[in-house]
Structures are given as C-alpha cells and as structure tokens.
Design a protein around this ligand. Structure first.
Ligand code: SF4
Length: 279
C-alpha cells in the first residue's frame, strides 16, 4: 500500500487535536447503582476527623448502622454511644449482640417522670421533649456523627452536613451528618451490599426503630406497640393519670382519656407516614 494512502487513512480515524480525557469509571454494583454517595460520605468523615476522634450517636437503627460502618471504612477514630430510653427488647438485644463495644448511657429522668413533670405525654416532632432529655444530651464538646437524612422530614431538609445546633442554654453541639443526602433505598442497598446485620423489627414491617410507643412512629405503630407490650402501655397510662392529677391540662375528663387520645393519633397533625408499619 502506498505511504500517502496510509496517512490519509490514519488522519480519518484519529480526531484532530488531543484525544478526549478518559471518563472516570463509576463503580456500578449488581443492581446498577453507582457508589458516589458512599465515596462522598467517607471523604467527608476523613476531612473533618478531630484529633480526639468522633463521638458517634448510635441508636441501633439502619442509619446509625451505616454511619458506624462508614466510620470504619473511612479509617477514622471514633467511639460510639447509645442512649437507653424505652427501646423494645429486640433492639436492645441486637445492639448487645452485634455492637458490644458501643457505650450505653442511662438518662437522668425516666419517661414516666418526664410525663408527670410535663403534665402531658410527649407529642411528635418538636414537642417530643423525651428525645431532648433522654437521647440528645451526649456529645457536648465533641464532634458528633449523626445518622440524620433530609428525606426523613421537612425540618431536616434545611440541615447541613456540618452543622451547629443549640441544645440547651449556652450549650451547642457540633454535628456531622455523613448520610444527610442519602435516600432510604441507598441506606438499604448499602446494608445489603456490605452484608450488615440489622434489627429484626425492620423485617416485621417497622420503617424506623425507636422507643416503644414513640409518638414519632405514627398512631398505627403506637397501637401495635400497645398490643405487643401491654405492661409498658399500662405504665404509660399510669403516668398519664399521675400527669393529669396535676391539672396542668384540663382538656380531658380523666388521665385515662388523655392516654387514649394520645395513642389514637387524633389531633396529632398530618401524618407523614414516618414510622408507620407497611401494611
Ligand atoms: S419516644 Fe421517640 S421521641 Fe421520645 S425519646 Fe424515644 S425515640 Fe425519642
């Protein structure tokens, strides 16, 4: 073949100028999902790692299981803490079995004392004083890793990955939320992909795990909890009776009526379905 003909052929195959930069290959798993969000979360944890290590707020739920694993994968120093409130036995056993190194803390006041003190059982959202008193007191003065996600509520949509929150008068908490922008599907894909254990309650229909009769779990879940845990439900009722005796809230004829209203879900605002069972 003549040389001139060869030059013509090559110039038609290669484009003029520099060849385009090769595209960075995405890691795609069996389900066709890329893992950029995982990479981002790991880099975030590595970027802000404090010399003393992170304080990981651990609840045993799916989001904190993922945060725990991300801290391990990021190779950052951390200690995990679990605040015991009114969690169901399935969750308590799960944490004890799979996360024995997590430090357990007990609140200063019990749920019953808080109900009597406030004159009313805890309401959902900002009125759930119990979380403030029983779960959010840890990690002051540390950089706290939390498993909150924007998808969970309207309020959380405004959160930042690195955020400062006022907890009490003159007390602030600095938090880092590595999975803030993850979807629920991404959380479950991560758990399955990494073969992480999770509480059996999710397989029983619970979308989130927390305290027995948690007002944030929705009325259907509360009513199921009352059937599953009659002794605890009775203790809530007795606390309502004692709270009603203080006559702070005269809106109900008796303390029992206040309890029945509380678990009925009436006047609790629009239910966003968070925590409801998947029937
Ligand atoms: S009952 Fe719900 S809102 Fe209250 S401490 Fe437990 S998880 Fe938090």
């Amino acid at each position: 073949m003549p040389a001139s003909s060869m030059v013509w052929e090559v110039s038609n195959i290669l484009p003029l100028g520099l060849p385009p930069a090769p595209k960075e290959e995405k890691m795609i798993d069996l389900w066709g999902n890329d893992h950029d969000h995982v990479k981002h979360s790991i880099e975030l944890l590595q970027k802000y790692e404090p010399p003393e290590g992170y304080y990981l707020a651990f609840s045993g739920g799916k989001d904190s299981i993922v945060c725990y694993d991300l801290c391990k994968k990021a190779g950052v120093k951390f200690d995990a803490h679990y605040m015991r409130a009114m969690e169901p036995p399935e969750l308590v056993y799960f944490i004890r079995k799979h996360y024995p190194e997590v430090q357990r803390h007990l609140p200063k006041k019990t749920m019953w004392q808080l109900i009597v003190y406030n004159g009313i059982p805890p309401m959902r959202g900002g009125l759930s004083y119990c979380c403030r008193e029983m779960k959010e007191f840890g990690g002051i003065g540390r950089l706290v890793v939390v498993g909150v996600r924007k998808q969970e509520s309207l309020k959380r949509k405004s959160y930042q990955e690195y955020d400062v929150k006022k907890v009490k008068k003159n007390q602030i908490k600095i938090m880092i939320a590595p999975i803030l922008n993850w979807t629920t599907d991404q959380v479950w894909q991560y758990i399955k992909h990494n073969k992480l254990s999770y509480p059996i309650l999710y397989d029983q229909g619970y979308k989130r795990v927390g305290c027995i009769l948690c007002p944030n779990s929705g009325s259907k879940t509360m009513q199921l909890d009352a059937i599953k845990h009659p002794k605890i439900a009775d203790a809530y009722k007795r606390a309502c009776v004692r709270a009603w005796d203080k006559k702070i809230n005269p809106d109900w004829p008796t303390g029992e009526a206040m309890y029945e209203w509380w678990i009925s879900g009436k006047s609790m605002g629009k239910d966003d379905g968070q925590g409801e069972l998947e029937w």
